[in-house]
Write a protein that binds this ligand. Structure first.
Ligand code: AMP
Ligand code: ZN
Length: 118
């Protein structure tokens, strides 16, 4: 845990969030600034700054999160599919420096392509 990290505080329950799922590896909660009908953040319990800080110890965790995404999407009723976004570093638009995956879907999601969703 990083003491000055917003998402570590949410994971620890020190700051409230609208949680939709949690287990020993991750916490999933609603993004405070919804960019689509469904906009969730998949956040590992471990404080990892971004994709840049991953090493081979995280391979299992990353695979776990990838496989969790469609399960969460299905629970949210996203039968037609969903979008995932990982912003990395200031140049990638990352503003919270605790690795997280945006899961977006439903009404409000723009069409195919790389329009900036989040
Ligand atoms: P990123 O640009 O990928 O670092 O995105 C960080 C996301 O965290 C943004 O979409 C914010 O809306 C979201 N966010 C910031 N503070 C909170 C919070 N307290 N609870 C839920 N989501 C938050
Ligand atoms: Zn953190």
């Amino acid at each position: 845990m990083s003491t000055d990290c917003l998402f570590c505080k949410i994971v620890a329950g020190e700051i409230s969030s609208e949680q939709v799922y949690s287990d020993e590896h991750v916490v999933v909660f609603k993004d405070i600034n919804q960019k689509a009908a469904v906009h969730l953040l998949i956040v590992p319990r471990e404080h990892i700054i971004s994709l840049n800080e991953l090493d081979e110890r995280h391979d299992g965790l990353m695979a776990y999160m990838m496989r969790l995404l469609p399960k969460i999407a299905k629970e949210q009723g996203l039968d037609q599919g969903f979008r995932t976004v990982i912003n990395t570093g200031p140049g990638g638009g990352q503003v919270v420096f605790h690795l997280h995956i945006h899961l977006l879907g439903g009404a409000g999601l723009s069409g195919v392509g790389f329009s900036r969703a989040v």
